[in-house]
Design a protein around this ligand. Structure first.
Ligand code: ATP
Ligand code: MG
Length: 589
């Protein structure tokens, strides 16, 4: 719990220290101080996605930060769709985003849309015009760019900048009435064409767009620009800390300008349309704070590129398990806990950095090592016949579901004369240091006994079709002989009982660490990893086949797998490889 200052003489000096175990970073420290000083009594954040695509793992950082802070400090967090650009937005994305936020483990206080505030934005724009702070410009986009100047040269004032308030009000009304075609006019803030900050050179506040909107239909032929809508949306909702990524740092002066000049707290009449609909209770002056984006190598994170991958069918949709989308990661077997762990490990700062993909994989391993029950599965099977057992031998063996956690309980695994083992656990010509099965050698069958291989059966093309061996009868579970020292242990499933299974073996979608790098004259599409998806057929023990969709297991010695969310059935199992047991990429590179 953070201390609350009771000394009214120095309310803003209050500095709160985090309690042991509390997360800390520069934003949480600001929040803590704002509570301690009494600047805010309730912390209010929001996550403001544009519904023009699916959320990716970068968004998870913004979600965990905004919802996390609200929950840690007993505040509230809204989900607000920034739906100001109807041409690119879609209800499919709106539904998926809600699904993703909930899946990550968060619930919003209120679900809002920028479009809920269109009438307030409009009144706010009129107020700016009346205050001489906005004007209607007739310059077209090309001319406006020319007038804008460059980073080194100041801009020039538009010839329409000096219009009277009356003329501006009239033209803006007519823009709103739909009298003008797209692009014919814009409403611009009157700030400073000579500003060193390009964002302050009379930025556009409204543009004409005769496009139907998913929420407001054809009610509006004009739409507010992001900076204007976003700042006011925050103010309307009483957001105390408006957290966004570093690229908005240069927009902060404009953000503050919009909040201050419109001044919703001083002009509650602008909120009347919302009060009439029972919407917000309090407006506030929000503070924008920027943090660095999450970037991960071997992946692309721009929505535009992800949209192209899906649209051009370079992947199997938004939830392709190789995609960095939350839907893709989920289908791959990533857990909400693993993603939250990643965000905690990465931390919050203003330092831009590129995270190594192996850190993401490490978080999943750490979560699943503790959370996933163990099962046996054989991905690339070859038959092993225990020739000294009777043909009808049938037995059930008891296995722990988790080696480190008894609360996972135990299960029964059928064992019989014919087993499937991994093809690569047998070697005719063993490489140096090979500890598994060879002709004439012994290996331990996990939890079942010690087997010696006596015979290799091949087909006419020379391919091994069967191994025949001898199960040491003195080495069965619980017997003294089971303690005999044997170098290798392999897993197996009973051929008679195992369920034929499709395994989808996924790998990184790109072959290079920085697929966005175009310096070689290539694009990210040239770096797609052709080996990133492989489907093989093998077997799982019955207790794995029974899994519910999205259940994760560690298949012993192979990796972590998840029952496919859409295609898995107990009588036709489909498992996706989420991550291997060890970092095989580190070995490759
Ligand atoms: P993209 O650049 O991938 O198209 P975006 O920023 O346009 O994403 P929005 O829907 O506007 O997507 O993002 C919603 C919120 O998520 C914003 O506050 C944005 O700053 C944040 N966000 C987006 N990408 C990342 C990232 N890689 N790391 C952290 N936060 C992010
Ligand atoms: Mg954005």
């Amino acid at each position: 719990m953070s201390a609350v200052s009771t000394d009214p003489s120095s309310p803003h000096d209050a500095h709160a220290t985090p309690a042991p175990g509390e997360k800390n970073d520069f934003i949480r420290q600001i929040v803590r101080d704002d509570l301690a000083s009494g600047k805010h009594t309730v912390i209010h954040t929001r996550f403001p996605p544009e519904p023009n695509g699916y959320l990716h793992i970068g968004h998870a950082k913004a979600i965990c930060l905004n919802f996390g802070i609200a929950s840690e400090f007993s505040g509230i967090c809204n989900l607000r769709f920034d739906d100001t650009n109807p041409a690119k937005e879609d209800p499919e994305f709106v539904a998926a985003i809600q699904d993703d936020v909930r899946w990550l483990g968060y619930e919003w206080a209120q679900l809002r849309h920028a479009s809920d505030y269109f009438d307030v934005y409009y009144l706010a724009a009129e107020k700016l015009i009346r205050d001489g702070l906005a004007y209607v410009d007739d310059l077209d986009a090309q001319a406006m760019r020319e007038y804008r100047g460059t980073l080194t040269a100041p801009g020039r004032e538009s010839p329409f900048r000096a219009r009277t308030v009356e003329e501006n009000l009239d033209l803006f009304k007519r823009m709103r009435a739909g009298e003008f075609p797209d692009g014919a006019r814009t409403l611009r803030a009157k700030i400073d064409m000579g500003s060193g900050n390009m964002n302050l050179r009379d930025p556009a506040l409204y543009r004409i767009k005769h496009v139907e909107h998913q929420n407001t239909g054809n009610a509006w032929p004009i739409y507010p620009m992001y900076d204007f809508a976003h700042a006011l949306g925050d103010a309307i909702e009483g957001i105390t800390h408006s957290l966004c990524t570093l690229e908005f740092e240069d927009h902060r002066p404009l953000y503050d300008w919009c909040v201050d000049k419109v001044d919703l707290t001083g002009h509650p009449e602008l909120l009347q349309p919302l009060l009439d609909r029972g919407l917000p209770k309090e407006a506030a002056k929000p503070r924008q704070i920027e943090f660095s984006r999450l970037n991960i190598n071997y992946t692309v994170m721009s929505k535009r590129k992800l949209t192209t991958l899906v649209g051009d069918k370079l992947v199997d949709g938004w939830d392709d398990p190789r995609m960095p989308t939350l839907q893709g990661l989920r289908r791959r077997g990533y857990t909400p806990a693993a993603l939250r762990l990643l965000i905690d490990r990465v931390g919050i700062s203003k330092q831009n950095s590129l995270l190594d993909f192996s850190v993401l994989e490490g978080c999943l391993r750490d979560d699943l090592d503790a959370a996933a029950p163990r099962r046996m599965a054989v991905v690339e099977p070859v038959k092993l016949v225990l020739a000294n057992l009777p043909k009808d031998h049938d037995e059930t063996l008891t296995f722990s579901n988790h080696p480190k956690d008894e609360s996972f309980g135990k299960r029964q695994i059928p064992f019989s004369r014919e087993l499937w083992i991994e093809r690569e656990d047998f070697a005719e010509v063993p490489p140096k240091g090979f500890k598994r099965l060879i002709l004439g050698g012994e290996v331990r069958l996990r939890g079942a006994g010690i087997v010696r291989c006596d015979e290799v059966v091949k087909n006419e093309t020379g391919e091994i079709v069967e191994l025949r061996g001898w199960l040491d009868p003195e080495s069965r579970p619980g017997m003294q002989g089971a303690e005999r020292k044997i170098k290798g242990t392999i897993h197996w499933v009973s051929a008679k009982h195992a369920v034929p299974t499709e395994f989808r073996l996924y790998d990184r979608l790109f072959t290079v660490p920085d697929p966005d790098d175009e310096s070689e004259g290539k694009t990210y599409q040239d770096y797609l990893n052709p080996e990133s998806r492989k489907s093989v057929r093998g077997y799982v023990e019955p207790a794995a086949a029974d899994a519910a969709p999205e259940q994760s297991f560690q298949f012993e010695r192979i990796g972590y797998f998840v029952a496919d969310r859409r295609d898995h059935r107990s009588d036709a199992p489909v498992f996706n490889r989420s991550v291997t047991l060890r970092d095989t990429w580190a070995a490759k590179s």
